[in-house]
Structures are given as structure tokens and as C-alpha cells.
Design a protein around this ligand. Structure first.
Ligand SMILES: Cc1ncc(COP(=O)(O)O)c(C=O)c1O
Length: 355
């Protein structure tokens, strides 16, 4: 199939760019001793996860059990849920994954989480495995005190849960646009994680997993010396937001193909809107930078820029999302391209698996 035969709006995935991004990340980590367990919140598609594993990833990180179930059904893992699994319905799903023999680790951050996990595992006749989430400064989830981390590690062991280590995510660095200040912030966050690692080691429970970091902090975290694995996700597709923080490293793999439905004197209108494209991190832009979706309503995009004068109704325009993850979550399928040819369609099986 050729690109011009696809109905729009449609999400295009450039396979050459995906392959390059996967290779670039693996290359970045070569010789550092740090491994990659890429975050599935970006691709949400087992085909991509399989490519990452084949290139050397040691497993897959997920945010939600729904994502873990998609990967388990595809036979992919081992899995790390970088999030708390809370509530009876979710714990029952976790137990059923464990019963199937899925290698899955979940994050805990308080005695409540350990107790509930232990009770569910006992009730289901399975052995659970956990990491302790530490708050690396993001002020989201995680223990803030190394002494608490040590106490939870002991409690996990006492409760018969396999203690596998710790995780921390320094996502607050994306709030710092200035590169030197951001680097300081990342180093401070890593230092917090290091304090938890040292406290555990002193208590005789050295963590075997120390998992941190999104795409933009990979170059720093890879040299930290105590981090064992990274959770980066966005690198695999890249988007405008990620590019602003780690410019020139990764290719844009994801674009939304749209059709121009109307052309006015100073702007044009495309057939995509908030139901197929998000703009939370700014305006989506065409690959040549000459068109910008300055405004989105539900099913319309207002396109401006110096490329508008050349547009006619019926023209096709590609837009790079400012945030790929929330855009692709609106879709069901990637049209996989090599150049101008669509070579495959891949279901985005974990789209909207937010439970
Ligand atoms: C816990 C956790 N780890 C890793 C990541 C991946 O970060 P990035 O998208 O910057 O690669 C995220 C992103 O939301 C996250 O929430």
C-alpha cells in the first residue's frame, strides 16, 4: 500500500527511524554496564517491544497492569511495573499473571503496599517480587527516607516477597528548561537514589535492581556508577518535547498523516483535532518545520506557517506530535512505513489500557 491510499487522520510509524533510535540507545549504553528496560508507555505495541528486546533490552518497564497483560500475552518480558498496584481487582490480575509464570516485579512504597501485596500473593498461592520506589525529588510516589526503604525491604522479605531492589524516576527534570540547571537536578536526584542504595547495602540487603531515568537523563544516569538499569521510553519514537531536552540524538519516528480540508488566506484546516492528536506540550509541526497546528478543536486543526500558501484542499500533511505518547494512545493502529511505502499495520494493543 502507498501512503496516499491511507485514509486520514492516520498514525505513521517510520520503521527506519525506530530501528535507528533503538540502535542509538543501545550504543549509548555500550560499555557502561548499565542495561535498558525500556518503558512500554511509549510504543504500547508488542512488535516494538520485541525489537527492543532483540536489540539487547533486558526486559520491559510498564506503568499499568493492562500494559503488562498485553506483553505477557505476547510472551514478552521480564516485566517491571514502575508503579503501585493498588486495590483488589488489580491485585487479583497480578496474581493471575504470576500464576501464569510471568516474571513481573511491582513497585511498593509503604507498609500498606507490602501488606496488601503479601496478602494477595498468599491468597493466590504465588510468590510476588517487588522493588521499592524511592522519591528522587519528583514529589510523586516513593519513599523519601532511606531508613524507610530499609524497613520496607526487611518487611518484604519477612512477608515472603522477593526483594529485587529499588526504582526512582527523576521526571521533574523536564520542568527545568535550562540545560546546566537540569543536569544539576538530575545529579541531585541520582544522589538521592544512591543514598537509598547505600543504606540498603549497609543493612546487608544490597539491591540487585537499581532502576532510574527517562530519555533525557540517560547520558548522565548511565555514568552514575550504581544504576543497574534505565526505564527510558520516549527515545524509541521521539517527539517535539523530547527533542527539546535531548536534541539531535533520536529521529522522529511518529507522525500523524492528515488531509487538508479547507484553505483560507492565512491558514488551512486539517482533518485532525484533539480526538486524534494532542498538543499539551505545544503545537505539532510538519517535518520540514513550515507548518504548525496552532489550534486544535475536536476534529479540526488550524494550520499556519509559511508553507500554507502552497496548500490545496485534499493535500496530505504530516505532523510530528509534541507528545507522542498521549497522541498514539488515541489510536488503534500504526501504519508502518519505509519511505513512501506502507509495509505493515501494527495494532497498538495497549492503547488506552490505563487500568
Ligand atoms: C516511572 C517512569 N519511568 C520512566 C519514564 C520514561 O521517561 P521518558 O519518556 O522520558 O523516556 C516515565 C515517563 O513518564 C516514567 O513515568
Amino acid at each position: 500500500m502507498r501512503l496516499d491510499e491511507i485514509d486520514t487522520p492516520a498514525l505513521l510509524l517510520d520503521l527506519d527511524a525506530v530501528e535507528d533510535n533503538i540502535a542509538t540507545m543501545q550504543h549509548l549504553l555500550e560499555g557502561t554496564g548499565v542495561r535498558l528496560r525500556p518503558h512500554f508507555k511509549t510504543p504500547k505495541c508488542p512488535h516494538v517491544a520485541r525489537m527492543q528486546l532483540e536489540a539487547g533490552a533486558i526486559g520491559i518497564t510498564v506503568a499499568k497492569l493492562g500494559e503488562a497483560e498485553v506483553l505477557a500475552d505476547a510472551g514478552l518480558g521480564p516485566l517491571l511495573v514502575a508503579n503501585q498496584v493498588v486495590g483488589a481487582p488489580k491485585l487479583a490480575r497480578l496474581v493471575s499473571l504470576l500464576r501464569r509464570g510471568v516474571d513481573i516485579t511491582v513497585a511498593v512504597e509503604s507498609e500498606y503496599h507490602v501488606r496488601e501485596l503479601a496478602a494477595a500473593a498468599r491468597g493466590g498461592g504465588v510468590r510476588a517480587a517487588a522493588v521499592i520506589e524511592v522519591d528522587a525529588g519528583m514529589r510523586r510516589c516513593g519513599t523519601a527516607n532511606p531508613a524507610v526503604t530499609v524497613r520496607l525491604a526487611r518487611m518484604l522479605m519477612d512477608e515472603g516477597i522477593e526483594f529485587r531492589g529499588i526504582m526512582g524516576y527523576e521526571g521533574h527534570m523536564y520542568g527545568q528548561p535550562e540545560a546546566a540547571a537540569r543536569e544539576r537536578l538530575i545529579r541531585e536526584a541520582l544522589d538521592v537514589v544512591r543514598q537509598h542504595v547505600e543504606a540498603l547495602a549497609e543493612a546487608g540487603m544490597p539491591p540487585s535492581i537499581v532502576s532510574t531515568s527517562g530519555t533525557a537523563s540517560v547520558p548522565i544516569a548511565a555514568g552514575a556508577g550504581f544504576v543497574t538499569e534505565l526505564q527510558a521510553g520516549t527515545y524509541v519514537f521521539n517527539d517535539l518535547h523530547n527533542e527539546a531536552f535531548i536534541p539531535g540524538r533520536f529521529r522522529f519516528a511518529l507522525t500523524l498523516l492528515t488531509t487538508i480540508t479547507s484553505v483560507k488566506e492565512r491558514y488551512a484546516v486539517a482533518d485532525c483535532g484533539l480526538k486524534s492528536l494532542t498538543n499539551e506540550f505545544g503545537a505539532p509541526v510538519s517535518p520540514d518545520g513550515r507548518l504548525r497546528a496552532s489550534r486544535l478543536s475536536e476534529e479540526h486543526a488550524i494550520i499556519v506557517g509559511d508553507g500554507v500558501s502552497g496548500l490545496r484542499p485534499g493535500d496530505r500533511v504530516e505532523l510530528i506530535p509534541s507528545h507522542g505518547d498521549t497522541t498514539l494512545n488515541l489510536h488503534d493502529v500504526y501504519y508502518v512505513r519505509r519511505g513512501g511505502e506502507v509495509v505493515d499495520t501494527w495494532p497498538i494493543e495497549a492503547a488506552r489500557r490505563f487500568r
